[in-house]
Design a protein around this ligand. Structure first.
Ligand code: SAH
Ligand code: SF4
Length: 415
């Protein structure tokens, strides 16, 4: 496999994310997943189609890829039969490789995935009564080293490509069996088309929402996350509403405005502390981008309104950030910046070697009550998928692999 840019963690507060080109495949074919219709059209022209053909084929192929989820050109039934081998010779339709799929007793599902160049990352699906949320990763590891987060302890970091990001959503739809079934109604059908006249019906969906809350800091991989989410939101593609997508950032202020303008999804901000000393410790990025500047950037976030409130995530750490005074200070700050806000209180999910404990349930309730009394919604998030290490901040693939290897050794020695 060709080399890819691996990035060691360059420092706690001033990471330099290294964007990486798409790794060429050994067979020279190009993976179309992650590419826009315009780019696909360009590639078709470069491969020899005339402009009109390239435009038509790109539109058809785009629809099959992102709307129908097909992974084989042979299944693109409205494309001329002679054309399909032409596509197969030059292009592929990729998916992240699945290393392992796990099911939690509460219905949460986690997938350990792998890039073509051998890096592990994870995605999590959390079903609820009224929605199903896919938690998507943006990087392998994270450069930011928040002290309570397992992902932040991973040594190797690389940005995921747009194809690897949107590929998670496509893989989830594969696994959940959620691509529209039946025949396809497509205005550009060929004469040779076998299935041009009928139309398909979209089934009731399990996957309704996406949160960029898996591994990594999405705003340190801005271009790829933007391109991937634009494919997710494209009406001719996966067609998920931006109102159903939330991007979570630990507070990369310089990218927040562009996030609102160029992606336009809901924003979640990992606040976690209201005092400088505490936030400096647990979210080291705070030494670079402080609390007040962060809240000002939230107040300036394009399209934030009462209808589209900003979510503040607040992990409950025993004796660290969970006092009544902290709760009152949180209310004061959110009021001061006049933010359309809600607060998600996240019970800390422990991991081996973490130097923190979760606040006691009655402490969390008292904290929540104070914030509610201040006029701000502050529900306590129920941890999900803890038994398979799928909960917030528990994603760390190398640890899982190690413990699996250890388990294997234990099994072997026991046998
Ligand atoms: N890097 C982004 C998005 C990924 S983290 C960010 O930090 O916002 C998603 C959420 O999980 C963040 O709010 C993060 O702070 C929280 N989290 C991380 N580790 C956690 C842990 N051990 N217990 C509970 N929440 C955690
Ligand atoms: Fe990175 Fe978010 Fe974890 Fe902090 S909480 S280390 S920003 S993934």
């Amino acid at each position: 496999m060709p080399d890819t840019t691996l990035m060691t963690i360059p420092g706690q507060v001033d990471p330099v994310p290294v964007a990486r080109d798409i790794t060429p495949r050994d067979d020279g074919r190009i993976d179309l997943i992650g590419l826009s219709a315009a780019r696909i059209r360009e590639l078709f022209e470069e491969a020899g189609l005339d402009a009109r053909q390239a435009k038509l084929r790109a539109k058809q192929v785009f629809h099959w890829l992102y709307h129908r989820g097909v992974t084989d050109f042979a299944a693109m039934s409205d494309i001329a039969k002679t054309m399909r081998p032409w596509l197969t010779e030059r292009f592929v339709i990729g998916r992240p490789n699945v290393v392992e799929a796990q099911h939690s007793s509460d219905g949460t599902r986690k997938w350990l995935l792998q890039t073509d160049d051998g890096h592990d990352f994870e995605m999590v699906f959390i079903p609820d009564a009224d929605r199903g949320t896919l938690c998507v990763s943006s990087q392998v590891g994270c450069t930011l080293n928040c002290t309570f987060c397992h992902t932040g302890t991973m040594r190797l970091v690389r940005n995921l490509t747009p194809g690897e990001i949107v590929g998670q959503v496509m893989l989830a739809r594969d696994a959940l069996g959620e691509w529209p079934k039946g025949k396809m109604d497509f205005a550009f059908a060929d004469d040779e088309s076998e299935e041009s006249a009928a139309h398909y019906t979209a089934d009731g969906r399990l996957l309704t929402n996406i949160v960029m809350m898996g591994m990594g800091e999405p705003l340190y991989n801005f271009d790829h996350v933007r391109d991937a989410l634009n494919l997710v939101m494209d009406g001719d593609g996966l067609a998920l509403s931006k109102r159903r997508i939330t991007l979570s950032t630990s507070g990369v202020i310089p990218m927040m405005k562009r996030c609102g303008e160029e992606i336009g999804v809901n924003l979640a901000v990992s606040l976690h502390a209201v005092r400088k000393e505490v936030r400096d410790e647990i979210v080291p990025l705070n030494r670079k981008y402080g609390i007040e500047d962060l809240l000002q950037a939230c107040a300036d976030y394009p399209k934030a309104s009462n209808a589209r409130r900003i979510t503040f995530e607040y992990v409950m750490l025993k004796d660290k950030n969970d006092s009544d005074d902290d709760a009152r200070e949180l209310v004061r700050l959110l009021r001061k910046f006049d933010l359309p806000a809600k607060v998600n209180l996240i019970p800390f999910n422990p991991w081996p070697g973490a130097g923190y404990e979760c606040s006691a349930p009655d402490r969390i309730r008292a904290f929540s009550d104070i914030v509610f009394a201040g006029g701000i919604s502050a529900p306590v998030r129920t941890p999900r998928g803890r038994d398979i290490d799928a909960a917030c901040g528990q994603l760390k693939t190398s640890a899982h692999k190690k413990s699996r290897a250890e388990r294997d050794r234990e099994t072997a020695s026991a046998g």
